[in-house]
Design a protein around this ligand. Sequence first.
Ligand code: 5GP
Length: 130
Amino acid sequence: MASIFSKIAAGEIPSYKVAETDNCFAFLDINPVVRGHVLCIPKKEVDYIFDLDDDLYNDLQAFTHRVARAVKQVCPCRKVGMAVLGLEVPHAHIHLIPMQNEGDMNFHHHVKLTDEEFRTLADQLAKAFR
Ligand code: 5GP
């Protein structure tokens, strides 16, 4: 059975899409730790990120780099943090989190956004993606 993230990348489950290439997809985390929390995934379904083959791993990192630049442009922050957990969803993904301070990389803290706020943010990020 396809993972929830495969279904998101295929458009079978809705998401607040940020960017897409042939091999990768980025969308807003539905339960963000801060406003601007984005997930970058390979479209290919591989659970553990370090099991990706070299080409796809490098492709995902290059894609994440481009998405992080868009996040930095749109979300006021000192730096964009990057994290890999993968304990909840068995489909490799990189978390991008705009940080004002170290405490913003806290996966036990969440913020609520309205549907309208998610939509506006995803739209701004999509426009900033180069
Ligand atoms: P991890 O696997 O890295 O521990 O966490 C998975 C992340 O995916 C969490 O931050 C969670 O909020 C996010 N997530 C889980 N299910 C969905 C979903 O259906 N849509 C979106 N946009 N994010 C999800």
